[in-house]
Design a protein around this ligand. Structure first.
Ligand SMILES: *[C@@H]1O[C@H](CO)[C@@H](O)[C@H](O)[C@H]1NC(C)=O
Ligand SMILES: *[C@@H]1O[C@H](CO)[C@@H](O)[C@H](O)[C@H]1NC(C)=O
Ligand SMILES: *[C@@H]1O[C@H](CO)[C@@H](O)[C@H](O)[C@H]1NC(C)=O
Length: 411
């Protein structure tokens, strides 16, 4: 009897103390190869991810087209590359990127380039072109598997004198398998090392669900997702130490609902600076945003265009993302701007940071031109009316049975 108790206690302790083989994380990080996009070990992950990641191809008129073009066609790839290399001489650059002042005094540029699911062959060109055109914030995450090429492109742009490190705002996210406190710093250091950086400007908890620690970012047994014994608050306390150690300048959250934001805010000795959430007219997040304001938590938006680039298997047939909404296209046409510019501007008028992804120089430029248009209060109100509280990134099959799944209730 006694023996059994000791056995169970040892088992629990062992699980608590040695949840992972540390080598695995380093391996995962080291294995994020620049150009094949396979840095996430499980092929299924990328697909799942596709359904849950901010995607945006920047084409204001039709998302499906760009997603289907075949980059294996060497010519297409070559002309895209050439266009990206020539971006600055063709379009020029935005000299002054406005910023949001975070409550710790950090200046967060209002536009950030997204890096999830970019065509691997083009990533470095896209990031270099984005910096050439005037983007100053870059949004990455361990789970996107793009840290290495993005980091390389950033360092090249610093080396060639286009920007200094301190001109850039680089944000990344702690993945769900690293909430165990000891893993937080390891994961952060591994990401920094993969990117060749000394620090992140902002490091966020990618989402509030904690997955079983280990080498598999989506750990399943017989198709059942395995959860961790730890939770986001454990991760948060460890995130605070990253600030003290100078590994990150600021810390924040992503995909947290209002109760979770307030819990971190109450328990944390460092308060979250940002909550990065899906946000577009179909999911305008008014209540969450109002709530976050009371804690001075800034909003960063993804899925701003309603994710026209999400792979076809994840779309309801016949249903169009918000960028194709007739009200959007008509309003934008009347204002002589593109629907993409209107949707980005909508968020800028609300004081948000916007993460936008594009895979061509034309789209990068189109998106950054949202800095040069304005929406009136009435136009903003008109867009608010499109709200349906419908989200595209609902983490179905990716933690929707977790106790901290954020989207069960209203906001
Ligand atoms: C976006 O897609 C449309 C529709 O196929 C295409 O005609 C257009 O050239 C693309 N826009 C840009 C800026 O590349
Ligand atoms: C996003 O959600 C809207 C409904 O709000 C839907 O019409 C659209 O098809 C969704 N987009 C994707 C890519 O699933
Ligand atoms: C936020 O998520 C938690 C965990 O699932 C849930 O208990 C809570 O009710 C949610 N809060 C809101 C306001 O939706």
């Amino acid at each position: 009897m006694e023996f059994k108790v000791i056995f169970i206690m040892c088992f629990i302790l062992f699980r608590k103390l040695v949840p992972v083989e540390m080598g695995e994380i380093q391996k995962m990080a080291a294995n994020s190869p620049p150009f094949n996009g396979n840095s996430i070990p499980d092929g299924a992950v990328n697909k799942k991810l596709a359904a849950n990641t901010p995607l945006f191809n920047g084409n204001a008129t039709d998302g499906a087209v760009e997603e289907n073009y075949n980059l294996d066609v060497e010519n297409e790839y070559r002309s895209k590359t050439e266009e990206l290399i020539a971006a600055r001489s063709k379009y020029g650059s935005v000299n002054e990127m406005p910023y949001i002042e975070l409550k710790n005094g950090q200046k967060m540029p209002v536009l950030a380039v997204g890096t999830a699911l970019l065509e691997p062959k083009l990533i470095k060109h896209i990031i270099r072109a984005a910096i050439d055109l005037g983007y100053r914030a870059i949004d990455v995450a361990f789970i996107y598997g793009t840290e290495r090429p993005v980091g390389e492109a950033i360092r090249e742009k610093i080396l060639d004198g286009t920007v200094r490190r301190e001109d850039l705002f680089i944000m990344s996210k702690l993945w769900s398998t690293f909430h165990y406190p000891e893993l937080v710093e390891k994961a952060c250091r591994a990401s920094l090392e993969t990117m060749g950086l000394d620090y992140f400007d902002l490091y966020m908890i990618h989402n509030p669900m904690s997955f079983k620690e280990g080498g598999d970012p989506i750990p399943t047994i017989a198709n059942v997702l395995q959860y961790s014994d730890y939770e986001y608050l454990d991760a948060w306390f460890a995130m605070e130490k990253l600030v003290h150690k100078g590994l990150v300048k600021g810390i924040g959250l992503s995909n947290f609902n209002s109760s979770q934001v307030s819990r971190v805010n109450e328990k944390g000795s460092i308060k979250p600076l940002v909550n990065q959430v899906e946000c577009h007219p179909y999911l305008n997040q008014e209540r969450l945003i109002t709530f976050c304001k009371t804690y001075d938590v800034a909003i960063s938006c993804f899925g701003t265009l309603g994710s026209p680039g999400t792979p076809v298997d994840y779309k309801s047939p016949g249903v169009k993302p918000v960028i194709g909404d007739p009200i959007i296209t008509t309003m934008a046409a009347g204002m002589h701007i593109t629907p993409a510019q209107m949707l980005i501007r909508y968020q800028l008028e609300r004081g948000h940071n916007v993460v936008v992804k594009a895979s061509s120089a034309a789209h990068l430029w189109e998106n950054i031109q949202s800095l040069n248009c304005r929406l009136t209060q009435n136009e903003v109100e008109a867009l608010h009316l499109l709200n349906k509280n419908k989200r595209n990134f609902s983490f179905i099959g990716m933690g929707d049975t977790h106790k901290n799944y954020p989207f069960k209730d209203s906001f």
